[in-house]
Write a protein that binds this ligand. Structure first.
Ligand SMILES: O=C(O)CCC(=O)C(=O)O
Length: 259
């Protein structure tokens, strides 16, 4: 445990009660610019992408229903899979001591990386993410992982900040259904008025439980809403399908039978 960097007892209490807490000023402007520059190099083919890199185009752009800038591939991307450990800047991001200390305080001294995905929401193009929980479609048990969603731009109601239902991680896994381009919890399982927007300054991280109900509105503004979501699990957790992938070790030790 990196104790001087650990979250405060009220932050940990908020996590247990509400399912989330904020880490202000987690990533500096210089770090964000360097990472966004690196991702742009991979996307534009200016630098060979390491294993683990991948992109997903906004479905409505892919179907030709929405126009993005044909000369700028970043204007139509919904998601970029961050290549860890193949990229040094991203590996430094997911192992940031303050982030690791927060995850250790709420989960375990032994941690592994489940995913590091950039969620890009380009201006006027970025689509909504319906209200959902993460754990029900992840092959990891127990359903007690945490993500740190870090804003790379100021995230506001107009460019599609996250919305969350405080305390909903305590309701256990809820049924999800497929809808166009998404997988969501039907509204009979929560009251939409319970959703609150979490506006965040660029560089802030939101640590949240993998059963917290959350989603985001489309980006109808001229400003991008770029973010990374870094999902971390205890090394003691179990993989529930065949052929466990090699998960990147963040800290601590490997555990027999664990991920
Ligand atoms: O960035 C978004 O809009 C959605 C994020 C999300 O669903 C997640 O981080 O699990």
């Amino acid at each position: 445990m990196i104790s001087d960097l650990a979250p405060s007892p009220p932050q940990v209490a908020q996590y247990r009660r509400d399912g989330y807490f904020l880490l202000e000023d987690l990533v500096s402007r210089a770090e964000r610019d360097a990472i966004l520059g690196r991702l742009a190099e991979y996307v534009r083919g200016d630098r060979p992408a390491p294993p683990g890199f991948g992109t997903q185009v906004e479905p409505r752009v892919a179907r030709g229903e929405l126009q993005a800038d044909p000369d700028d591939p970043l204007s139509s991307l919904r998601k970029i899979n961050g290549p860890v450990p193949g990229d040094d800047l991203l590996t430094a991001l997911v192992t940031k001591p303050r982030l690791v200390a927060a995850m250790q305080a709420i989960m375990s001294p032994n941690l592994k990386l489940f995913r590091a995905d950039f969620l890009m929401k380009p201006p006027f193009v970025g689509s909504a993410k319906g209200v959902h929980q993460d754990s029900p479609y992840w092959p990891i048990e127990p359903m007690d992982l945490a993500s740190c969603w870090i804003a790379f731009d100021d995230a506001t109601v107009t460019n599609g900040c996250l919305t969350v239902v405080p305390g909903s991680h305590l309701r256990g896994p809820l049924p999800h259904v497929s809808v166009t381009d998404d997988y969501v919890v039907p509204e009979e399982h929560y009251v939409p008025a319970e959703l609150i927007p979490v506006e965040m300054r660029a560089g802030t991280g939101l640590v949240f439980h993998s059963l917290l109900l959350h989603g985001s509105a489309p980006n109808e503004s001229p400003r991008p809403r770029r973010a990374v979501t870094i999902s971390i699990m205890p090394a003691e957790a179990r993989y529930t399908r065949d052929s466990k992938p090699e998960y990147y070790g963040i800290c601590g030790v490997d555990v027999p039978g664990g991920v």
